[in-house]
Design a protein around this ligand. Sequence first.
Ligand code: UGA
Length: 508
Amino acid sequence: MLVRMFSVMVKKFLDFPSRSALYNSIHLPWFARLTLLHYHSGGPTMAMIALKCPDIEVVVLDINEARIAAWNSPKLPIYEPGLEEVVQQCRGRNLFFSTEVEKHVAEADMIFVSVNTPTKTAGVGAGKAADLTYWEGAARMIASVSKTSKIIVEKSTVPVKTAEAIEKVLKRNCSDSSVEFDILSNPEFLAEGTAISDLQKPDRVLIGGKDTERGRKAIDVLASVYAHWIPEERILKTNLWSAELSKLTANAMLAQRISSVNSISALCEATGADIQQVSKAIGTDSRIGGKFLNASVGFGGSCFQKDILNLVYICESVGLSEVARYWESVVTMNDYQKQRFVERIISAMFNTIKKKKIAIYGFAFKKDTGDTRETPAIDVCRGLLADGANLCIYDPQVEDKQVRLDLATPKFEWDHPVSKASPVSNDDNITTTKDPFEAIDGAHAICILTEWDEFKSYDYQKIYDSMVKPAFIFDGRNVLDHDKLREIGFVVYALGKPLDPFLSNGYN
Ligand code: UGA
């Protein structure tokens, strides 16, 4: 799951009189495309294009044979509600999955590139700047096999002005001087777990390109693809840098809302207010809006932290240190929230969790996905393990191997391709299970770290009866019925809510 050097290709062609037609006609009946995609958004996006544009042939490319085999099998390599149905409708019709990267790149008219852009772990900008090694590698490969002009669409989240650098790499590495590359930025705004509906009805599609006649034509060609199903007024056209910066800023602002609400959740616990009531009250102000105001154990996912750190680095690079510190505090608050959760657990359980069995419910970074990248569960589990707890982890979508890989992978290394030498935790204090009731058998506590719907419908009386007393529940997502749990006899910690007297710790 952590291997994300991923290529996707979309092509279609034939009947394509000359490459210049690409720019003369924006309503192309046939047309070719290839993508190197980052693993989660790439597959769904290309599948949706294939579904909505039967006149376009889409080929998804990946150098990883196992991954392509999975895309060609009934069990897709990622879990995304609704994706299977979309793939089934188009696979073999105008959607293909292949490892023949160079062949398809050479044939393509348009290439979507969405490779990993991990945070640098060494050298200048370590811990913040994006590592563009994979992007540059993709660009060099494209240049070396291209015999015809192509539109290159930047899909990965990349630091502002990457397109400029990539254009230089493409131009200088292509031996055929008649080949032209037009670079577009087309950031993806879909969220995992809702990818298919986000793609079907996006709030907007953003296309950035050069402000030249040629650049505008390239923008129009890509816009004509989305126009197959998206109303024209939702397709926004900007310059390249605005599109790149908009992506980073959108994620930074979404994450900032969560960190803001999480900061207030700590204040609620200290004062007796209820964060869900506060969120509702402020969310009804139409200027604020109700989305992304759920307090949580922390935000995760492959993008928020990485994009903010990128923004921080860019600000530092241009001498805007106050702006950099402002955005950095969003990540600091997120780390604080995870740490605070761990400390709350330890202090509630009489300041010792050594050798105590703790059930972890949910390891994915959010519900309806098996993705664990930057999941808050990693830091919370590490914190509990550091204090000697025995963890039994249950997640409906995450496999044992993934949990062990995540708990052993150093910070910022997760976005690099997994090799055979990648560390896997053999810690005896970690077990995983596919049975949620096995996880709680003989446990002292349950920690809810992902908001899976199924957690709401469990028989908590039965669970309580199988646990050591006092039985604790630490709800890091506020998804359970806390009053009912208290009636059963649980000691309940609900994030950002008035504390049980058992836990009040002298604050109220
Ligand atoms: C995010 C953005 O929402 C997408 O628009 C963007 O395209 C995507 O990143 C990306 O750059 O690829 P995603 O990471 O899939 O999407 O998931 P989100 O729904 O944004 O959730 C991110 C994290 O925030 C999760 O851990 C979630 O549990 C947490 N969260 C979300 C909260 O803690 N509280 C909330 O109110 C909302």
